[in-house]
Design a protein around this ligand. Structure first.
Ligand code: HEC
Length: 193
């Protein structure tokens, strides 16, 4: 035990001896693995995952009504990284590293045999959220409250135009604060029954 203790403190002792601040040895939060590792770089910059339409799980869709015209203004399609559904059903939470992607489309409204029907038209862009239980990027303004938050215009899935999640995202997500800032109640697939 004594040997182990000595080993643990060796960096601290060394730092005191040579005058290097001890925080240099402080462990940084572990890097992401899996889906999040493909989306987040070492500084917390995010981009839209490449193969999410085939590899991710679809959580559900939203239709934003156009008012006062009949039909929809926008259609939203939401995906989550692999295994999110089973994990959420088991624990009621999104595990660390969960990636959520919300596609935003202009709605194409057409008279079909079922009535006036909206379907995804032109892609406007993506909202991306990455779950972060470890507070990995305290200095990055797109990270906080347990998530990384970013918007991407359709023409540039690699570079976000968001600058601060508090002003760009959070205010609109306050109604979902008690469900970890996510509108999970809109996704029947997350329910056990
Ligand atoms: C105008 C209000 C508003 C703003 C601004 C906003 N959101 Fe949302 N967001 C919502 C609403 C409401 C939903 C669910 C209903 C919908 O999609 O219309 C949602 C859904 C989402 C979803 C799907 C998961 C979920 O919560 O159901 C993601 C991902 C998301 N938003 C990310 C972001 C990010 C990242 C930002 C900032 C870059 C942002 N949002 C800004 C209102 C907003």
């Amino acid at each position: 035990m004594k040997i182990i203790n000595t080993l643990c403190y060796t960096p601290l002792l060394l730092s005191m001896m040579v005058g290097v601040p001890a925080f240099v040895y402080a462990e940084s939060a572990p890097a992401y693995k899996g889906a999040a590792a493909e989306v987040v770089d070492g500084k917390g910059n995010m981009h839209v995952p490449k193969e999410y339409r085939t590899v991710y799980q679809m959580l559900g869709t939203w239709a934003v009504a156009s008012d006062p015209e009949p039909g929809n203004k926008e259609m939203h399609v939401v995906y989550a990284s692999p295994k999110t559904i089973s994990a959420f059903r088991r624990t009621g939470h999104y595990p660390d590293g969960t990636v959520l992607v919300k596609e935003v489309y202009k709605s194409a409204n057409n008279k079909m045999t079922t009535g006036l029907v909206g379907s995804p038209g032109n892609l406007v862009g993506w909202f991306v959220m990455v779950k972060d239980d470890l507070h990995r990027f305290p200095d990055n303004k797109l990270w906080g409250d347990g998530w990384g938050w970013a918007w991407f215009d359709a023409k540039d899935p690699k570079n976000t135009t968001s600058t601060n999640y508090v002003t760009d995202c959070q205010a609109c997500h306050v109604p979902a604060k008690n469900s970890d800032w996510v509108y999970s109640s809109g996704y029947p697939v997350l329910k056990n029954k």
